[in-house]
Design a protein around this ligand. Structure first.
Ligand code: ZN
Length: 131
């Protein structure tokens, strides 16, 4: 890449990292939000071991996916044969979130360098303010 050319230009470095993030996003496989937890159940058969008064053995664990989307909480039971693929998608989603968070962070840095650099170099008369 042309990366080497402007190695010492901070703005250029930011732009390059953003391009790198975009590429990683393109390469990311399917995503899904949420997390998986094991759930134990009690069935409807009164004579079942899960109803034993002492040391009952509940059914499970069953894999339950829980996620929140547009303010609504959702949960689904996951078939065992789907669990690996779903875990991969949950991992991808975490990566997606990390990459986009970093993209926003870098974009803010870029904005500072491009639009607000002069404003931050305020005249010496006014004391510097921490924000
Ligand atoms: Zn039972």
């Amino acid at each position: 890449m042309i990366a080497v050319m402007n190695k010492n230009d901070p703005l250029q470095r930011l732009k390059q990292e953003i391009e790198c993030i975009k590429q990683k996003l393109l390469d990311l496989g399917p995503i899904h939000p949420g997390s998986i937890s094991g759930q134990y159940h009690v069935c409807g058969t009164a004579s079942c071991r899960c109803h034993a008064p002492v040391n009952p053995i509940k059914h499970g664990p069953y894999n339950k996916l829980t996620y929140s989307y547009r303010g609504r909480s959702n949960c689904r039971f996951v078939r065992p044969e789907c669990i690996d693929e779903l875990r991969q998608r949950l991992d991808n989603y975490k990566t997606f979130r990390e990459l986009t968070a970093r993209w926003v962070e870098l974009s803010i840095e870029m904005g500072k360098a491009e639009f607000f650099a002069k404003a931050e170099k305020a005249p010496a008369a006014s004391p510097p303010t921490e924000t």
